[in-house]
Ligand binder design. Structure first.
Ligand code: TYD
Length: 206
């Protein structure tokens, strides 16, 4: 029997704790002898790392559409070079941010046309959508405290921006409840981890 691969994405505003949860889940699955790949957007490796450097650290002005296309370019490379080969080989791919970040940040946050972003996302991924997406929901005050004073270009976008990003994620979850699960990211790391494990076990044993 061919082993089925999974593409699972982790989403939420900066400081929501999704990376910690992704790593905990990866350890949990590896202990169960699953083949797991941990990856991220922007900038998993190679060319993507160079795009990430521009996106997070370029200190000149960046137009909103240019920013969108850089994230999308990184996504296309990432899907073709890393995600698709791993999923097709039957692995579980855990990805820190993906298509929903573009809708939440560039669509809701920057105010670009959401349907257009969705179409461009599908162009970048060649039509692949994640099997399952976990959104770690958190209020902006708490997430900004977690991010601290040293902010990168994206994290410096301000409270209003991050309120819109949060609203974007919640709206996406309403539209696609089959794919997107929202978790309360203000709970303890252990509590959230148990919830994540429960969701993944249920999904992968369907
Ligand atoms: P990163 O340091 O990876 O942040 P985090 O640990 O919170 O994921 O930086 C990625 C930043 O890029 C983050 O602020 C979200 C933003 N981003 C977008 O605006 N659009 C996108 O499509 C993606 C993938 C990320």
């Amino acid at each position: 029997m061919v082993k089925r691969g999974y593409f699972i994405t982790f989403e939420g505003a900066d400081g929501c704790g999704k990376t910690t949860q992704l790593e905990l889940l990866a350890d949990y699955l590896k202990e169960k002898n699953k083949e797991v790949i941990v990856t991220r957007e922007p900038g998993a490796k190679g060319l993507g790392e160079k795009i990430r450097e521009i996106l997070l650290n370029y200190d000149g002005e960046v137009s909103d559409r240019c920013e969108s296309f850089l994230f999308l370019a990184d996504r296309a490379q990432h899907i073709d070079m890393i995600v698709n080969p791993a999923v097709e080989a039957g692995k579980i791919v855990l990805c820190d941010r993906h298509i929903d970040s573009s809708v939440a940040y560039q669509g809701y946050g920057r105010g670009l046309d959401i349907e257009q972003i969705d179409r461009l996302n599908m162009l970048a991924t060649n039509g692949r959508r994640p099997d399952l997406t976990l959104v770690f929901d958190i209020d902006v005050e708490t997430s900004m405290k977690r991010v601290g004073k040293e902010k990168d270009r994206m994290e410096s976008a301000g409270v209003e921006f991050f309120n819109r990003v949060r609203e974007g994620y919640l709206e996406l979850a309403k539209q696609e409840p089959e794919r997107i699960c929202v978790l309360d990211a203000t709970k303890s790391i252990e509590e959230i981890h148990s919830e994540v494990v429960k969701i993944i076990e249920e999904y992968c044993n369907k």
